[in-house]
Design a protein around this ligand. Structure first.
Ligand SMILES: Nc1ncnc2c1ncn2[C@@H]1O[C@H](COP(=O)(O)OP(=O)(O)O)[C@@H](O)[C@H]1O
Ligand SMILES: [Mg+2]
Length: 320
């Protein structure tokens, strides 16, 4: 995760405020060139420079230039998570066992994630507290062959059926955040953590997210832990799930992660509690072997409705 150098950020902001977009653009491009000299052309830390250049293009009304910058950034992000995949090495397993991880940039100065920082584990990723920033956490893909979607069979299947789950969940979620969430506005962040980019760690490239807090400053709990601590709040949680479902329909987002491990209860007081979806990798992708569901929003909505209802009835059973 990186940001623009403070001075450069301020100078560009000042020029933009005075509508001197041409000058702002050349300043941002010079900054990018300098960063490229040090980091190379494929390093994820180029993101803030590229985003700033795209933003200035947008202000100038040059949307097609902005789009091509966004494409370059998305490509850098995707390549960071899976630098090279050779399907042949999976097909002829035994001869060439390991996927070579040859990055297109130098993998240096990485952040050390230690077991004490571990916050939670899903089927595909582990999440760690940021060692130097209490407001952030970092998700890293489980090692090659250890994630649910990252077995030789799943990888080959995905190459043949590209609508299935990606074998890098970070790549998949990064793709979602880079291409879609930016256009959804503040309403989206009512139910999603902010993504703060990529950080290189000793456990592989990590996606950095906001670590959510309640109004009293404590870290928000996952739904399973929240209900363990507050067993009398099941009806309250069901109401929050219903609100989340309605909001997803309104935002036209199809999520298929309706379980207690993927939802955080953020306590905001004054009837403002909300559910935060922490796992966006499967948005819009029901992960069905049959591709038809991927191309029909009606079938996708029906599947989301079923999953939502299953979670609600699972919780209702706990009351009785
Ligand atoms: N923003 C976050 N804040 C706090 N914990 C998180 C956050 N994102 C993920 N986690 C923790 O990491 C676990 C795995 O994350 P998830 O995105 O569900 O990974 P997977 O792709 O393996 O399902 C979660 O169950 C949760 O415990
Ligand atoms: Mg998950």
């Amino acid at each position: 995760m990186s940001t623009l150098p403070y001075q450069l950020h301020n100078n560009i902001a000042l020029l933009c405020e005075n509508s001197k977009y041409g000058q702002a653009l050349s300043l941002a491009k010079k900054g990018l060139e300098k960063a490229e000299e040090i980091l190379g052309e494929h390093h994820p830390s180029l993101t803030p420079y590229l985003d700033k250049i795209a933003e200035i293009y947008e202000l100038q009304g040059h949307h097609h230039h902005a789009r091509s910058i966004y494409c370059r950034t998305s490509k850098i992000w995707e390549e960071t998570f899976v630098p090279e995949y050779n399907m042949l090495s999976d097909i002829f397993r035994g001869k060439r066992k390991k996927n070579k991880r040859k990055y297109r940039f130098s993998y240096q100065n990485c952040l050390q994630l230690t077991p004490e920082l571990h916050l939670g584990t899903g089927d595909n990723r582990k999440c760690y507290a940021h060692p130097n920033n209490p407001g952030l956490c970092i998700k890293v893909d489980k090692p090659w062959n250890e994630g649910l979607h990252n077995s030789p069979f799943k990888r080959i299947k995905r190459m043949i059926m590209p609508w299935l789950a990606d074998f890098s969940s970070n790549r998949e979620e990064a793709r979602f955040y880079r291409t879609q969430s930016r256009f959804l506005g503040e309403k989206f962040y009512h139910h999603a953590p902010r993504c703060h980019g990529i950080l290189l760690t000793n456990l592989g490239p990590g996606l950095v997210f906001e670590r959510l807090r309640d109004d009293d400053g404590n870290y928000s709990a996952r739904m399973d832990s929240y209900l363990e601590e507050n067993p009398g709040q099941i009806n309250h949680v069901i109401r929050l799930i219903e609100t989340l479902y309605k909001d997803m329909l309104q935002l036209e987002k199809l999520i298929f992660c309706w379980n207690k491990e993927n939802l955080i209860v953020q306590q905001k007081g004054d009837n403002n509690d909300r559910l935060i979806v922490i796992d966006w990798k499967s948005e819009g992708r029901p992960n069905n072997d049959l591709p038809i569901i991927n191309f029909s929003s009606y079938l996708g909505r029906r599947k989301m409705y079923r999953q939502f209802k299953e979670l609600v009835s699972h919780l209702k059973k706990q009351i009785n």
